[in-house]
Design a protein. Structure first.
Length: 226
């Protein structure tokens, strides 16, 4: 009886090696998630969509500024990634427009200022500390408290909104503000393993703020020192 020789293409061999490596990676990564959750005993609240709150406008000699808080920036998936040492970011995007009224009551906005501020957080598994970078003028915050780290990374203070040199009295100005949670690329191309996170986005709605006229008066007393 004639025997049939079965041969495998090099491509098939590469695919099998890739599957084996991904299986090993899955076996290594998943226990880390459980270990971090159990050892640190961090209680997380129920997941809610992120939003912006606690808006405060202020003024100094050079800038109109904005302070706010991002509520519920991280859901359970992102919290698990943080505990496994994957840094996460919150980016605040600001666009300030000058509102101009034209014929037939049509409003045409002119962009006059943009700003982008990013805060980051990561967990040092060796030191058991959260590290937050939120202010370039000060060293990073290091704390063992998740709540303290969350407050620091989600609080934005005195963010530049409009330069006073561009502010004109009796003109209308409007700022559009939103926050986006930026996920850092996972090491060793593990985003291909965690494909369910690849197309997932987490961000707030866009908030529209009208800047009051009293902030545009050049002779008005500043409310915040520069």
């Amino acid at each position: 009886m004639a025997t049939r020789k079965i041969s495998f293409s090099p491509l098939f061999g590469r695919i099998m090696i890739f599957v084996c490596l991904m299986s090993l990676a899955l076996a290594v990564v998943l226990p880390c998630k459980l270990s971090a959750t159990e050892n640190d005993r961090i209680a997380f609240s129920a997941d809610n969509p992120p939003c912006l709150e606690n808006f405060v406008l202020a003024k100094n000699n050079r800038w109109i500024t904005l302070s706010l808080t991002v509520r519920s920036p991280f859901d359970k998936k992102l919290k698990s990634l943080i505990l496994n040492g994957v840094p996460q970011k919150i980016t605040l995007e600001i666009i300030t427009n000058e509102k101009k009224n034209y014929l037939f009551l049509v409003n045409i906005d002119r962009k006059i200022f943009t700003n982008s501020i990013t805060h980051s957080i990561h967990y040092d598994n060796l030191k058991k500390l959260f590290v937050v970078n939120a202010d370039k003028k000060h060293p990073p915050l290091q704390t063992s408290s998740y709540q303290q780290a969350l407050t620091a990374v989600s609080t934005f203070n005195n963010i530049h909104l409009l330069p006073m040199e561009k502010a004109q009295a009796e003109h209308g100005y409007q700022a559009k503000v939103k926050a986006e949670i930026v996920k850092k690329r996972m090491p060793f191309h593990l985003e291909y393993l965690f494909f369910f996170l690849a197309g997932w986005e987490r961000k707030t709605q866009t908030y529209v703020l009208d800047i009051p006229q009293q902030f545009l008066q050049p002779n008005s007393k500043p409310t915040v020192d520069e």
